[in-house]
Design a protein around this ligand. Structure first.
Ligand SMILES: C[S@@+](CC[C@H](N)C(=O)[O-])C[C@H]1O[C@@H](n2cnc3c(N)ncnc32)[C@H](O)[C@@H]1O
Length: 198
């Protein structure tokens, strides 16, 4: 692996995220994302949840494709823009300031790779729309599907119960969908990587 994780701008983004409490991909999950993108070499990529552009930068540095990335928070978008610019990636990324659901229900484009890293409780609601806009042979890569290990436990603190139940439903739906080949990886906060085979 050529070491983009040693790149000084990438390291700076990681440090900024840590210092300012932006919830970006954990390093092991970022490495997995890098490896899968490198292997698949997608042309058109959609990301749900830009934050400050950390995972978006990893994606763009792993392939030659273009990225559409969705984010509802204005301040995060400003920081993401600066980060993409520093890494010379701005010409390959379109950042859309929106609610992801509004984008998904109206989207007519198709994508080869979708990185799902927005609001965890909404994954199940997004699922039919994501399926529709994912090309055959395309990959859905979802982060946080084990949510702090709570998805695999029977008891869950009340405040996370609804979110965890939604994630359980999402994982089960995807794993039972015959149109997908799905792998759940216990990396970082849990990754579900699914190829649309039909
Ligand atoms: C876990 S962070 C994304 C981290 C980023 N993918 C990374 O690893 O660098 C989730 C992001 O989704 C955004 N978000 C939450 N709900 C959203 C929604 N309904 N529509 C669009 N973005 C949303 C949050 O503002 C936050 O920046």
């Amino acid at each position: 692996m050529e070491d983009i994780f040693e790149n000084k701008d990438i390291r700076q983004i990681e440090k900024f995220a840590r210092d300012n409490h932006y919830p970006v991909l954990l390093r092991p999950s970022a490495i997995e994302l890098y490896n899968v993108i490198k292997q698949e070499n997608p042309s058109k990529i959609l990301e749900i949840g830009t934050a400050i552009g950390y995972s978006g930068s990893i994606i763009l540095l792993s392939c030659k494709g273009d990225l559409v990335t969705l984010e509802k928070d204005n301040n995060s978008i400003k920081i993401a823009q600066t980060n993409f610019e520093k890494l010379n990636l701005l010409n390959r990324v379109k950042i859309i300031n929106c609610d992801a659901y509004d984008f998904l229900i109206n989207c007519n484009e198709k994508f080869d790779f979708i990185f799902l890293d927005g609001p965890k409780g909404q994954y199940i609601k997004y699922y039919p729309y994501i399926k529709k806009i994912l090309n055959k042979n395309g990959i859905l890569f979802a982060d946080n599907v084990l949510f702090r290990g709570l998805v695999k436990q029977d008891n869950c603190p009340r405040k996370y119960r609804s979110l965890v139940n939604h994630l359980k439903e999402f994982n089960k739906t995807l794993q039972c969908d015959k149109d997908f080949e799905t792998e759940l990886k216990e990396i970082g906060d849990g990754l579900l990587i699914a190829r649309k085979i039909l």
